[in-house]
Design a protein around this ligand. Structure first.
Ligand SMILES: [Zn+2]
Length: 244
């Protein structure tokens, strides 16, 4: 089997597999690395034609598969569906994959959430409510591997934006970096920002699972910051109903 990591929703909800390809599976950009994508999907019993992928723009745009996704790679950074034959898929490499599932309506999906797109989780909850009447308190959420505050330093402007928009606990000033006169002296936690978004929206804390894995720390993941912006490994993050 091609190297992938499996995650499951917190609690007794074994009905979906949340999957992330690892660096050893190779790059997974939709429309560019389709040989790699086919290999990994086939190894999991998935037909490439079942997958829905996007032209990602670091936006907060979430597409609903029953209406506006079917041909090519439409622009957006999140996909939701209720169709169990559809496999929503995004690519990440330091940005956070967020998997989500609503236990009452059965809608599920995956989001690409980097610093610019932080807030797409809230957009997804609004979309799911409009489309299926899904309530936030019935969602289960997994915050996937991404560049964490151990490795993610940002400048004052970005730190202030996160602190003011999502909450001061997203950002910590690193005194040692500040003493060395680094302009990137603030450590940013994308997982804390998304945890706060989830709680604010009404998702109970025990329904939000943080995988606690850092893509920049571990060489098993693709990472723009570690591998370099010219040649990093896009990993595919997707979700499918569990095969029994
Ligand atoms: Zn790290």
């Amino acid at each position: 089997m091609t190297p992938v990591k499996f995650f499951s929703f917190p609690g007794n909800y074994p009905s979906f597999d949340c999957i992330l390809t690892l660096r050893a599976s190779g790059p997974m950009k939709a429309g560019i690395n389709d040989a790699n994508r086919s290999r990994v999907f086939t190894s999991l019993g998935i037909d490439l034609a079942q997958t829905v992928s996007l032209t990602q723009t670091h936006s907060r745009r979430v597409l609903v598969s029953s209406s506006d996704i079917h041909s090519g790679y439409p622009e957006g950074d999140g996909i939701l569906t209720v169709n169990p034959a559809t496999i929503p898929c995004v690519t990440v490499a330091d940005c956070m994959p967020i998997w989500l599932f609503n236990r009452k309506t059965g809608c599920f999906g995956v989001l690409h959430s980097g610093w610019k797109g932080t807030g797409i989780l809230q957009e997804a909850l609004v979309c799911a409510k409009e489309e299926w009447g899904a309530q936030s308190q019935d969602f289960l959420v997994i915050l996937g591997p991404h560049i964490r505050s151990c490795c993610y330093t940002v400048d004052e402007q970005r730190a202030r934006y996160f602190s003011e928009t999502f909450g001061p606990s997203c950002v910590v000033l690193d005194e040692a970096l500040m003493a060395s006169a680094s302009p990137w002296s603030w450590r940013l936690s994308l997982s804390e920002a998304n945890r706060l978004i989830a709680l604010e929206a009404g998702i109970p804390a025990d329904q939000v699972l943080d995988t606690a894995l850092c893509t920049a720390c571990s060489t098993e993941f693709g990472s723009c910051r570690r591998e370099g912006s010219e040649n990093f490994t896009h990993m595919a993050a997707f979700i499918r109903p569990r095969v029994h």
